[in-house]
Design a protein around this ligand. Structure first.
Ligand SMILES: *[C@@H]1O[C@H](CO)[C@@H](O)[C@H](O)[C@H]1NC(C)=O
Ligand SMILES: *[C@@H]1O[C@H](CO)[C@@H](O)[C@H](O)[C@H]1NC(C)=O
Ligand SMILES: *[C@@H]1O[C@H](CO)[C@@H](O)[C@H](O)[C@H]1NC(C)=O
Length: 330
């Protein structure tokens, strides 16, 4: 067996020779969710930054220069009317459907239409050319949302969603980029193996729900969680709901996804009894970054505008920032 190993390694390298090994995040890594504002990278403590997929590639390069990994956000289950590829979506018969009630800038997509595939692949390729390490695909939960389930004559089903999510995972991997799962924690047993990490908002609000991710995390894949509101006011709940689960949790005052963020660290904030839920020895985990960081977001104006804020108490969705895409002149 020992002799075989080098050959196997060479063979597998040859096999994947045109796809670089993708980045695989590990449990314990710290993160920040900054779709809503500019990042002052010089003060950023998190190891992983989640930004919009149309973020200027020069900024993404700067984040890399500071040793950060970059996850790039886009929506796969809806489309914002202001995206520059909107016209290609509407050109596909039956793809773009009704308005998202909570997010009037966005329309639901019938992702069962084959015509969506090249459009999503283009977005993945854009993320890859911008040097994103991973993508995060939002709004796969239409089958659970009234706009879709009570309104379409043939609504999206759970099975449709599983099929699409699996296609997303396979496609991202075939292109050589990592992909994160958002919105459908209930389907994690069917689609978890196709994803490299997950993103969750507000699971601590529901008893024993963060723990739904435990097996996924045990399999070596991180879950980047966010809690909105006061840090101290929710500390007891976090200590209870996150003990032994292994989630990488941050807290922000509100849903404007600015840079200001506090990294939750179980042993520091709850006590030595706290069980991280993942092995802290085997990985380059976030153990070195323990300090509670609270900082002001930069006030510099980015060439972006926040187009909508979520008002409902249900925090399924985050602020989406639409960037005025600068025309590149050569
Ligand atoms: C379906 O959704 C559209 C757009 O949100 C809305 O105008 C329409 O009233 C809805 N129809 C039903 C039957 O709910
Ligand atoms: C986070 O987890 C909760 C509880 O399971 C769930 O209701 C919510 O939809 C999840 N959020 C995301 C963004 O996946
Ligand atoms: C949200 O929180 C950030 C920083 O924590 C603050 O700068 C911003 O003004 C807040 N926004 C609202 C709408 O309260």
């Amino acid at each position: 067996m020992k002799f075989l190993l080098p050959f196997v390694t060479v063979a597998s390298l040859l096999f994947v020779n045109n796809v670089e090994a993708r980045w695989k995040p590990v449990p314990g890594m710290t993160w920040n969710y900054v779709l809503g504002a500019k990042v002052d990278i010089t003060i950023e403590k998190a190891q992983v930054l989640d930004v919009d997929y149309q973020t200027d590639p020069k900024l993404i390069q700067q984040y890399h220069n500071y040793g950060k990994r970059v996850v790039c956000y886009f929506s796969g289950g809806t489309i914002e009317k202001s995206r520059d590829d909107y016209k290609y979506y509407t050109a596909v018969d039956g793809l773009v459907r009704n308005t998202y009630g909570d997010w009037p800038d966005e329309k639901w997509l019938d992702f069962r239409k084959e015509g969506i595939k090249p459009l999503i692949i283009n977005r993945m390729k854009k993320a890859i050319s911008s040097k994103c390490d991973a993508i995060e695909v939002d709004n796969l939960d239409g089958y659970q949302i009234s706009d879709v389930k009570d309104n379409w004559s043939k609504p999206l089903t759970k099975e449709d969603t599983i099929k699409f999510a699996q296609w997303l995972g396979n496609t991202a991997h075939s292109l050589g980029i990592s992909i994160g799962l958002k919105n459908i924690p209930g389907l994690i047993s069917s689609v978890g193996p196709y994803f490299d990490f997950a993103i969750n908002e507000s699971c601590i609000r529901y008893k024993n729900e963060c723990a739904m991710y435990r097996n996924f995390i045990k399999s070596g894949k991180p879950v980047f969680g966010i809690t909105y509101g006061s840090f101290s006011g929710q500390l007891d709940t976090m200590c209870r709901e996150l003990n032994g689960v292994g989630m990488s949790m941050i807290v922000k005052k509100n849903q404007s996804l600015t840079q200001a963020s506090t990294i939750f660290d179980g042993k520091t904030h709850c006590g030595s009894y706290f069980n991280y839920g993942y092995s802290t020895s085997s990985s380059s985990s976030g153990k070195t970054i323990k300090k509670v960081t609270s900082r002001k977001a930069t006030t510099k104006k980015a060439s972006k505008k926040v187009v909508s804020t979520k008002k409902s108490s249900k925090t399924k969705k985050v602020i989406v920032v639409i960037k005025k895409v600068k025309k590149v002149k050569n």
